[in-house]
Design a protein around this ligand. Sequence first.
Ligand code: AMP
Ligand code: MG
Length: 421
Amino acid sequence: MSETHAHAANCCDDMPKGTLTVDQALERIQSAVPLVSGIERVAIREALGRVLAVDVHSAVDVPSHTNSAMDGYAVNSADLPGEGEAKLKVIGTSWAGRPYTGTVGRGECARIFTGAAMPDGTDTVLMQEAVERDDDTIRLLARHKAGENVRHAGEDLAQGGLVLEAGHWIRPADIGVLASVGVPEVNVRRRLRVAFFSTGDELRSIGEPLGKGEIYDSNRYTIYGMLKRLGVEMIDMGVIRDDRDATRQAFKDAAAIADVVITSGGVSVGEADFVKETLDELGKVDFWKIAMKPGKPLAFGFVDGAVFFGLPGNPVSVMVTFYQFALPAMKSMMGCRETFTPTFRLPLVDSLRKGKGRTEFQRGILERDASGQPVVRTTGEQGSGILSSMSRGNCFIILPRDSEGAQPGDIVEVQPFDGIV
Ligand code: AMP
Ligand code: MG
């Protein structure tokens, strides 16, 4: 795992004035966004996908008792032969949930099953495949280690110890861990409220016929999908016409109900003036040019107290800027400790064209080559309007700002769209 675009952090002499690197933009955003206030107490199943607000400590040991990791025989390590073999008498059985209550003496052992408590007098479990059983006797050879195949009380989580830290984004393992320490409910941060709308006179909603020069609004659907996965409360405000009053009203309404307002379109050079006036009046918003492709224009700031992301209009640019800027920023606001998205390095299958000067987020397909090795290949055409590239691809191939392309066999930085589930 490496940190994304760390290489683009310094030297910006080669960039046009007023342009930010990806890292600079992200730093500015991260240092500006506030943490949402408000904590809710929820059942652990409801806590899935939420952010823990308070540390959780364990009131118990997990496991609660020292137990067997195997089906086999519980013995006293003092009875393990130093050489040759030994015979032990089987005097009882310890089942998971039904422990053997007697004491195992020298020269004796107990049948034991996985998860069963170790009987008094035993400290080692011999796997059943490792011994020979004959009636009530087992025969063992001199190849066992004292203490083998035993799980100790508290070895997973100790009583009083930290189970999960505040700021942890709760995943399936975590709700299992919480159950393992007997915790029914936890304190999580309240959900972030995010309002979003599309801008543009050319946009039609699905179900309507398309006139000449018109297109269907797809950004509201990709934004919906990305927000849904983030687990925020969504307010879909539809399509807003390129009209001063409508835009002003939409921003006011959105900021009044949401922590974050996300729009797409209307921030590129030709359109910025109009939106800019509205935003200057309502808040403090900067219009940035970022040395990246796609996603060069981005507006960020505050509108009537809400955090505002003005994403570009092109469908791929929307997704790239959402993932690279809005997503980590919203994670911070939600109280997440870790906001970065992991990347790793893999060999490239084909050649990628690129000009110097901008960090590129090309779309790639992570797969295995004929010999089973993980590799990445391009989805092909990389235009910022080719949304199908995001759909066909399963990762970004991140090419650094100073790169002039990549060749087959080169090692490139890859950022998968999905984790496990
Ligand atoms: P803009 O930044 O508003 O100039 O938009 C840039 C490009 O993205 C134009 O080709 C727009 O038609 C397109 N676009 C803007 N908004 C959307 C949207 N919601 N869905 C699909 N395409 C869009
Ligand atoms: Mg537009």
